[in-house]
Design a protein. Structure first.
Ligand SMILES: C[S@@+](CC[C@H](N)C(=O)[O-])C[C@H]1O[C@@H](n2cnc3c(N)ncnc32)[C@H](O)[C@@H]1O
Length: 243
C-alpha cells in the first residue's frame, strides 16, 4: 500500500476542518429553510437568563420580557406566583430569580415544552413546580384564592392568521401560537377563571395580540382590567388587580 503523503497529525486537523465546514453548511441550509436562529444556537436570552430553546418551545420574545418587567414593578413581595403556558419556563424562572422567596408554579399543556422548562430549571438552579395540563387544571386546589401574581403569555394567534406569519415563526410549535378561530379563546378562559385563584390584591398580567386590547380586557370576570402598551407603543398586556 502506498503511504499517505501527509503526516497523520495534519490529516486529523484537515478532517476536523472538513467536519466543522460540513456542520456550518448544514446550519446555513437550516436557516435558509426558515428555522429560527435561536433553535440553531439552541439558546435564547431572556431577562437575566440564558435559556435552552429548540423546536419544542416558542422562542421567548422581547414583548414577554416587558411582561416580566411589569410584573416586577407591580407585584410587591409575592409569596405565590403562577405562570400559565410556561413554554421554556422563561417567565416562571425569571420571576423565581427576581423573587427567590416565592413559591412558583408553572403549567403547560405540552409535555415536550415542560421537558425544556425542566432542563432550564436544572441549568439555572431555580426551583419551580412544573405541572402538565390545561391552563389552571393541573394546579393544586390548595392554591385557590392564594395567588399573589398570575402571569401568562398564552397562544393568541387566530387560525386564519397562521399562513401570513413570518416563515421562521411558522416553524415554532403550532400549539404555542394558535388559540382558535378568533385568537382570543385562551385569554377568555384565563379571564373567566383568574379571580378564583388570585387572592384579594393579587395581580394578573396576560400578554395579548396588538389588536385584542379592548376585547381581552373585557374577558376578566370580577377583576377590573386595563390594557398596557409594549415598548413599541402597541397594546400588549392586560393587567388587573383582584379587589
Ligand atoms: C406563546 S407560548 C409562550 C411560552 C412562554 N411563556 C414564553 O413566553 O416564551 C404558549 C405556550 O402555551 C402552551 N399552551 C397552549 N395551550 C395551552 C393550554 N390550554 N394550557 C396550558 N398551556 C398551553 C403551549 O404549549 C406553549 O408552550
Amino acid at each position: 500500500m502506498t503511504p499517505h503523503p501527509l503526516p497523520e497529525h495534519e490529516i486529523r486537523r484537515l478532517r476536523a476542518v472538513a467536519r466543522d465546514e460540513a456542520h456550518l453548511r448544514s446550519l446555513v441550509e437550516r436557516r435558509l429553510d426558515g428555522e429560527p436562529l435561536q433553535y440553531l444556537e439552541r439558546t435564547a436570552a431572556f431577562a437575566y437568563l440564558d435559556l435552552v430553546v429548540d423546536e419544542r418551545v416558542l422562542v421567548p420574545r422581547p414583548e414577554t420580557e416587558g411582561l416580566y418587567e411589569l410584573a416586577c414593578r407591580l407585584a410587591s413581595d409575592p409569596k405565590v406566583i403562577v405562570d400559565l403556558c410556561t413554554g421554556s419556563g422563561a417567565l416562571a424562572l425569571s420571576l423565581k430569580q427576581a423573587f427567590p422567596a416565592a413559591e412558583v408554579h408553572a403549567t403547560d399543556i405540552s409535555a415536550d415544552a415542560l421537558d425544556v422548562a425542566r432542563l432550564n430549571a436544572g441549568r439555572t438552579g431555580l426551583e419551580v413546580s412544573w405541572h402538565q395540563g390545561d391552563l389552571f387544571e393541573p394546579l393544586p386546589d390548595s392554591l385557590r384564592g392564594k395567588v399573589d401574581l398570575l402571569v401568562a403569555n398564552p397562544p393568541y394567534v387566530a387560525e386564519h392568521e397562521f399562513e401570513d406569519l413570518p416563515v421562521d415563526v411558522k416553524r415554532e410549535p403550532r400549539v404555542a401560537l394558535i388559540a382558535g378561530p378568533t385568537g382570543l379563546e385562551i385569554v377568555e378562559r384565563i379571564g373567566a377563571e383568574a379571580a378564583r385563584w388570585l387572592k384579594s390584591g393579587g395581580v394578573v398580567i396576560v400578554e395579548i395580540g396588538e389588536t385584542q386590547g379592548e376585547a381581552a380586557a373585557a374577558c376578566f370576570d370580577g377583576i377590573p382590567a386595563e390594557v398596557r402598551k409594549d415598548l413599541a407603543g402597541k397594546d400588549r398586556y392586560v393587567v388587573g388587580v383582584r379587589p
